[in-house]
Design a protein around this ligand. Structure first.
Ligand code: HEM
Length: 392
């Protein structure tokens, strides 16, 4: 009778949608029995030599908002804009609502909110400074199908958080405060797996199902500085900053689904299950290096000539980029908000993208529809303004 009772209870639990734990974990996970500590109160510091949100652990939610400067916004107005923005960033990232916030409760649980500020060539010109040559629309690529809806801008506000609520609130507060200086151009919302769904630090999966971001320079590796942070060779106002390339890339998931798993794995050169390279045994670890020279029994390359990983791979270590993508899925369209940071997009992103544009089997299912380049301003310390060096 006891057994029947338990069975009935499990039946009810299943009907209520309560999930069982995987085999071997010993117990059914009932709602609430394994609740993680709430992390809404977690904050990330906004101050430092570099802005937050670039090498800080990627958040579950991201929003890029681009603005155009209103006519007549001059250098003095830009200083006011950056003063307001700096106060908002310092407050919102710490969970403190700006003074004029009529819904301050929405700011209280920032969930590692970060706000990262970038500028386009138009803003640099208004500040009376000189923009680096790369701060311009990227050269056109043969396969680009830019629809004009997500290109360029004068000011970029990149907001990230593990909870979409404080993110939406921060975006609205900043938008409201900046409206007398700027008009909105476009906004793009993206996501990764929810925090807690996988161990922190797990490489994300994109909507094609691939583990995406395995081969990426590590912020702790020597040489990362030279790849990502702008140094002595850049303009003084940008030292400690970076260059962001943001591409909106649509995916054709209906046709992607139609090809078999072997073909899908060959398209990249890595396995869908765990991201391991096709040149290593299936159980090999995700970060096992690919052997681009490996041949199969017939003498053919194991990683096909058209595989994305082969085409994207740079032999020149100074040509690498720091990728930080996010998925999007809205209005019946899915894809990747491909974002990468580097010192100079013309020497890093562009040669890689030229190779992919020329040959990459992935092109059968992906199309670049938006393109933007922003100069990500250097970090700032308490008492300093974001963009201080630009306005000096
Ligand atoms: C590697 C997916 C676009 C640059 C990879 C990998 C996947 C992937 C699954 C293998 C795992 C990894 O190392 O992350 C995609 C998808 C794209 C896309 C689905 C479009 C929707 C791009 C673009 C670029 C790029 C536009 C740059 C122009 C790279 C680089 C690697 C890579 C540098 C590492 C290559 C190496 O092994 O050295 N990508 N990618 N990807 N991708 Fe992409």
């Amino acid at each position: 009778a006891v057994g029947a009772g338990v069975g009935a209870a499990i039946g009810i639990a299943t009907a209520l949608g309560v999930q069982r734990a995987p085999e071997g974990s010993g117990a059914a996970v009932t709602a609430g029995s394994r609740e993680a500590e709430p992390f809404g109160g977690d904050t990330l510091p906004c101050h430092g030599p570099h802005q937050a949100g670039i090498v800080t652990a990627p958040a579950a939610h991201v929003r890029y908002v681009a603005y155009a400067l209103r006519e007549g916004v001059d250098r003095a107005a830009l200083t006011r804009l950056f003063r307001i923005l700096t106060g908002d960033v310092e407050g919102l990232t710490a969970g403190v609502a700006p003074l004029a916030d009529s819904e301050p409760e929405l700011a209280e649980r920032p969930s590692k909110l970060t706000v990262t500020v970038g500028v386009g060539p138009g803003l640099v010109a208004r500040a009376g400074a000189t923009a680096p040559g790369w701060l311009a629309p990227l050269p056109a690529f043969e396969r680009d199908r830019l629809d004009g809806a997500h290109d360029g801008g004068d000011l970029l506000i990149l907001i990230q958080a593990d909870d979409p609520l404080p993110l939406a609130h921060a975006a609205r507060m900043i938008d409201r405060e900046l409206r007398s200086f700027v008009t909105p151009l476009w906004s793009q919302q993206g996501f990764r797996q929810a925090r807690g769904s996988e161990a922190d630090g797990t490489t994300m999966r994109n909507l094609m199902g691939q583990i995406d971001g395995t081969v990426n320079p590590d912020p702790s590796e020597s040489g990362f500085e030279e790849l990502v942070w702008i140094g002595e060779d850049g303009p003084a106002w940008l030292r400690g900053g970076s260059a962001l390339v943001l591409r909106r890339i649509r995916m054709e998931l209906d046709t992607w689904d139609q090809i078999g798993r072997v073909a899908r794995e060959q398209t990249i050169g890595r396995r869908l299950s765990n991201g391991s390279p096709l040149t290593a045994p299936p159980e090999a670890e995700e970060h096992t290096p690919i052997d681009f020279e490996a041949k199969d029994a017939k003498g053919l390359p194991v990683i096909p000539s058209f595989a994305h990983a082969r085409r994207a791979h740079s032999e020149d270590p100074s040509e690498r980029i720091f990728r930080r993508g996010a998925n999007y899925d809205e209005g019946g369209e899915s894809g990747l908000l491909f974002a990468c940071y580097q010192r100079n997009p013309l020497r890093q992103f562009v040669p890689i993208q030229r190779r992919l544009d020329e040959l990459d089997l992935l092109n059968e299912w992906v199309t670049h529809t938006g393109s933007a380049v922003f100069a990500i301003l250097p970090g700032f310390e308490p008492g300093e303004l974001i963009g201080a060096a630009l306005l000096e």
